[in-house]
Design a protein around this ligand. Sequence first.
Ligand SMILES: [Zn+2]
Length: 617
Amino acid sequence: MSFRRWFTASILAFAATHPAHAETDPHSYAQPGVVSVRALDLELEVDFNQRELAGTAELALDWHDDAARSLVLDTRDLVIERIEAAAADGTTTAAKFTLDERDAIFGSALRIALDKAEPVVRIHYRTQPIASGLQWMTPAQTASRKHPFMFSQSQAIHARSWVPLQDTPAVRFTYTARIKAPKGLRVIMSADNDVAHALNGDFRFEMKQPIPSYLLAIAVGELAVRKTGPRTAVYAEPAVVTRAAREFADTEAMIAATESLYGPYRWDRYDILVLPASFPFGGMENPRVTFATPTIIAGDKSLVGLIAHELAHSWSGNLVTNANAQHMWLNEGFTTYVENRIVEAVYGKDVATMQLVVDDQELRSELADMTPNEQRLVTDLTGIDPDDGLTGVPYDKGRWFLRFLESRYGRDAFDPFVRAWFDQHAFQSVVTTDFLAFYERELASRHPGKVGLAELDEWLHGIGVPANAPVAHSARFDIVDKAAADFLAGKLAAKKIPARNWVTYEWLRFINALPEKPTVDQMKALDQAWKLTGTGNGEVAFRWYVATVRAGYADARPQIATFIQRIGRRKLILPIYEALAKTDEGKQFAIGVFEKAKAGYHPLTRGSVAKVLGIKD
Ligand SMILES: [Zn+2]
């Protein structure tokens, strides 16, 4: 069905008859309209030798169709041993099941046949070493090199590779877990972690707030902990934890700033788990404990905007959740908007504005290479791997749309509107029509004439950036722009660039101002003056390395190799691989590095890089 047609019909009438769960999730075999999982109980043993989790998943079910006899779950590469159904009186009976043929994107539907609509189903199963949602690391891949490490990444649809469940964000459930792991290691879950827990190999967890499956998370490894505030702590490998705790010292201030804008933090604790550098993302907003890449520990808090982003998800995404990935802007656009508001509250308007300008500029150049469907906020992802839909559109175009609304209505009206959106949809899954109905009722009808329907339509369903988009302006960037222009024109020596006190965003602006093909002499002069090759700041590093590749500045190659072998965060390394792949020589170099690096990469990163290089992983 065309979203455009939905919109031009009456938004309110439509939304009233089409609640979020009525829209089918194209990425799940589950049938939540028939039966939905209310609670999950996991009992798993972590086996590093076999690289498997083995045990049981018990699902408590709410049947919405009493005549139904079949429970369909999502799985990928799970070994299902046996299944029992438990009646209300506790008696169990074996249940018959079939596992569909494996689909490369969606995995295998697990079809469980029941005699009647039983309240509980228990599945005995084990994962396989290739589980797409788990990364098993050898001791050599950790900082201390002493113990193995394992962590999960369930978003977008990888929870099904380690737990049989309804892997759709349209369904929310609470969970409990008992995890057995080697003594001396710590187990962390997206649940009630206890900073004082004994490392006795036996961990129990409870998550009492209902979450969608993609927020199910586990990590096991040699993890130390430092408290950073009354409800915040940092977990990390012992060699990293002190630096990490210092970098994330402002977390409590960020929570307080967000609460004053958008209402109480509803997840009790907010801890941060710093993973080994192979973590494929910047951060993952697992509730109560954000999983984060160590590449944001720059030493000067300049990259903690990422923590603001993951924290913002505690409101947008974790609390109010897109019901399927086609409405991802409701998670990521809101979160990127809230992130910028947190940065403004904690680090000031100057820094927040620089972030906006850089992100707006980079979105525009990203859009230039996209298909029309990819450019739309509300997309059709039927048959498409949701991991491939990860572009700047739901993030920065979504954020820009909300800034557009903010600019038209003013913060006095818009801030309470956003807060009410979170309050009134807390622990619910939503689609774009829910947002439009709420917008119509709570904002548009109270302040008529501020935004036209055609304008809304263009933001949600149009391509590119609408002409009415508010333009952010940073006076500090005017100075950077002038320095870049003068340097490129040969009027300003590299060492005279006034960059002594630049923050990260000023460097990003400067590097983005370099032409498609800077000269080797220009790159060499910049490098000698400012030591950009080898910088510890990942955001500066990847943009600089891309520029060196375009310029043909070979001096940076050894450091590029080190960077892309050490780090597995896709955002930081894929652009470098892409730039290298544009020439035969660069591609050969890239393939050589990838062959050495891939054993340490997460499966998601491996797949993405192999695709860029056009080789089989
Ligand atoms: Zn996010």
